[in-house]
Design a protein around this ligand. Structure first.
Ligand code: F6P
Length: 323
């Protein structure tokens, strides 16, 4: 292992820069050369690199987004695209590549390993959705969840003042981690997540009961799922059951930006070092993550083939607290 590359792919997540910085520092400490591959798989196929040295990663730990830029590249789902990537890895003379991303990134990486005799590939979970199997938390989740809680706090002020019902839509395409944790922390009354069927009648009834026992406002946290903006439909449906003044707020990409929280900086830093060490230990085809506070290595196929379940204790807590 002499020369390695690092890229970010899929949706950006706050803390990715902390991870890049940590990987660069760890690599240099082990006398490895490390290059940054720009714009995710698009840059990988095009061998679009920048040299990463101490100067390149200086003053980046507090920055959201990714200094390497990112992309969602469908070419990676074709064999031809992957073979071009393998050829580019050879041209760049890389012995290993660190891929910071989510399910799609790891899916592509495991197909690449199956298709070509290529460099060692090690994944690092970066996704504000927190939906990657093999790690309790993904880089970016904590920052995004804190953004959602901040929004709930602000909405609560105005909801209370006008005695209104609010629908606050957070991200989470396949999973409700953001909605669940921000819902608990923000004291939301109701939650809509992809893991559960939503009964509009039941939800309307519960909101009505809340107002009957003295509540003067209510907040429903909605995971956007596959249909961003879905809260507008939900609000319309609830309106036909409940005669309450309601409003909708869609947080959208606001949640993906901003400086990473302490947790995301520490997680990014820890996993950046762990990824370099995994390569030095001769590992490939795995993702580094943290499970129960301990470093874990999970085969890349498992990270996208297995569904990461929501924490059942947290679901129970939400149900009790939202009564
Ligand atoms: O990165 C995950 C995510 O933020 C999802 O929550 C969301 O559905 C999706 O990305 C949005 O993707 P894009 O930035 O490509 O619109």
């Amino acid at each position: 292992m002499r020369r390695i590359g690092i890229l970010t792919s899929g949706g950006d997540a706050p803390g990715m820069n902390a991870c890049i910085r940590a990987a660069v520092r760890a690599a240099l400490a082990h006398d490895l050369t490390i290059v940054g591959i720009r714009r995710g798989y698009t840059g990988l196929v095009g061998a679009d690199t920048i040299q990463l040295d101490r100067a390149a990663i200086r003053n980046t730990i507090h920055l959201g987004g990714t200094i390497l830029e990112t992309s969602r590249n469908p070419d990676f789902y074709t064999r031809d695209g992957r073979l071009r990537a393998a050829a580019a890895i050879e041209r760049m003379e890389l012995d290993g590549v660190i891929l910071i991303g989510g399910e799609g990134t790891f899916h592509g990486a495991s197909l690449l390993i199956a298709d070509a005799d290529t460099a060692a590939l090690v994944g690092v979970p970066g996704s504000i959705d927190n939906d990657i199997y093999g790690t309790d938390y993904c880089i970016g989740f904590d920052t995004a969840a804190n953004c959602a809680v901040d929004a709930i706090d602000r909405i609560r002020d105005t909801a209370r003042s006008h005695e209104r019902l609010f629908f606050l839509e957070v991200m989470g395409r396949e999973a409700g981690f953001l909605a669940l944790e921000s819902g608990i922390a923000g004291g939301a009354e109701e939650m809509v997540i992809p893991e559960e069927e939503t009964s509009v009648t039941r939800m309307s009834e519960r909101i009505r009961e809340g107002f009957a026992i003295g509540k003067r406002s209510a907040i429903v946290v909605v995971a956007e799922g596959k249909t961003p903006g879905i809260s507008f439909d939900l609000a319309r449906e609830i309106k036909s059951h409940l005669n309450l003044d309601s409003r909708v707020v869609v947080l959208g990409h606001l949640q993906r930006g901003g400086p990473p929280t302490l947790r995301d900086r520490v997680l990014g830093s820890t996993l950046g070092v762990a990824a370099v060490e995994a390569l030095l230990d001769g590992r490939s085809g795995c993702m580094v993550g943290e499970v129960g506070g301990k470093l874990a290595h999970t085969p890349l196929e498992e990270t996208w083939q297995r569904k990461k379940p929501l924490n059942e204790d947290l679901r129970r807590v939400f149900a009790i607290l939202s009564e």
